[in-house]
Design a protein around this ligand. Structure first.
Ligand SMILES: *Cc1c(COP(=O)(O)O)cnc(C)c1O
Length: 393
């Protein structure tokens, strides 16, 4: 594409595609490759010197990988992207790139919980210490930054509890002290939050979620400015992470329709969130696009929209009553991950995860992903669920 200031919907539609280089075929071919053959010894030696530019070895990426990376980077507003085999690999790859023995790491208390396992296990074993911070800390992060603090890790909103972080304030405080910031932008997608405009150094996504969007692919991506690319790519190369070409193809195909899918996810989720707010069984709905939500002001200031994932807390119903509700859902699936076309509803236990600040509710919490079904049908399914909850209480 030319360097015109195209809008996101246009970038989502065209970025990364090169039909003229592929017989006019709209989508990039899926290149399966390990060995790449060079015509001469001189060409082989040149590729060894500059192994991250062009097609040099299967693990370093093929034109399918590069098409996906180029498109994600364009919409996210970064300069380069690196496709990864999963969201968790993107997180591990980014952290292992920048952290070394003796470093201190600050992680939001609202973080995707497997990250706690990485920090408390592998990273701790390498002599990297983690401190969890209140996700609403904002500029107060400065007080937690030590001389050896190397990196501040953010997730906004938290994908289980939906606190919106003051990303610009945290990024500015971190930068003033020489710390890098890494943000998990999975909830907002490259469409609804622009990390690099808010001072973030490196962003990442579980492409498994909305980017792929069809619950059939594991995918991750790390996005950065040009100045961090070589360091990230070198570390990730050494760790051996690479995304499979079929998965890059599916992720890019998903990206093409992200804008229309997200608009619908957003609308349906808001309809359900407002309906839930009025239910007597519900004590609080955690959705930053609701004016009553504590994160609403920051969400409105910094985000271009809301995706379809939110939470709600129930009155203190018994686990058996909650199970009676969830076991009988017809349209809402009971499973992890989200961002596909289908609705999901799962029980969550934020109170069991928190270490920096206690969670506000002891009661059961649920996390809902609004899929692309008819909102009225989803509400009817929830209504029958609440009837089971009441009957079992
Ligand atoms: C799912 C998820 C991840 C991990 O992605 P995988 O592709 O499942 O490894 C990371 N961060 C967030 C916010 C997620 O929801």
């Amino acid at each position: 594409m030319t360097e015109r200031p195209y809008k996101d919907e246009t970038l989502l539609t065209h970025a990364g595609n090169k039909p003229r280089a592929n017989f006019g075929i709209v989508n990039p071919p899926v290149y399966h490759a390990s060995t790449i053959l060079y015509p001469t010894v001189a060409a082989l030696e040149a590729a060894l010197k500059d192994k991250f530019s062009g097609v040099t070895y299967g693990r370093n990426g093929t034109p399918t990988t590069f098409a996906f990376e180029e498109a994600v980077a364009a919409v996210e507003g970064g300069e380069r992207a690196i496709a990864m085999p999963s969201g968790m690999a993107a997180i591990a790859g980014a952290l292992l790139t920048f952290l070394k023995q003796g470093d201190h790491l600050l992680v939001s208390d609202s973080v995707y919980s497997p990250v706690r396992g990485l920090c408390g296990g592998t990273l701790a074993g390498m002599g990297i210490e983690t401190t969890y911070y209140d996700p609403t800390i904002g500029a107060g992060i400065a007080a937690l930054i030590r001389p050896n603090t190397r990196l501040v890790y953010l997730e906004s909103p938290g994908s289980l509890t939906f606190e919106v972080q003051d990303v610009p304030a945290i990024a500015a405080s971190a930068r003033a002290r020489g710390c890098l910031t890494v943000l998990d932008n999975t909830w907002a997608t490259p469409l609804y939050f622009k990390p690099f405009e808010h001072g973030i150094d490196v962003s990442l996504h579980a492409g498994t979620k909305y980017i792929t969007g069809h619950s059939d692919t594991m995918m991750g991506v790390v996005i950065c400015r040009a100045d961090h690319y070589q360091q990230l790519k070198t570390a990730i190369h050494g760790l051996g992470y690479c995304a499979a070409p079929d998965d890059c193809y599916l992720a890019l195909r998903g990206l093409r329709t992200l804008a229309v899918r997200l608009a619908r996810h957003q609308e349906t989720a808001l309809t359900l969130a407002r309906w839930l707010q009025a239910r007597k069984e519900v004590t609080r709905v955690m959705h930053p696009a609701l004016p009553q939500d504590p994160g609403h002001r920051l969400w409105k200031r910094d985000f271009g929209g809301a995706s379809g994932l939110f939470g709600f807390a129930l009155k203190p119903y018994s686990p058996a009553a909650v199970a009676a509700m969830l076991d009988g859902m017809e349209l809402f699936g009971l499973g992890f991950s989200w961002g596909g076309y289908e609705s999901l509803l799962i029980p969550t236990k934020p109170q069991a995860l928190r270490t920096a600040v206690p969670w506000f509710s002891d009661g059961p919490c649920l996390r809902l992903h609004a899929g692309l079904e008819d909102a009225g049908d989803l509400i009817a399914d929830l209504e029958r669920g609440f009837a089971r909850l009441g009957a079992a209480a």
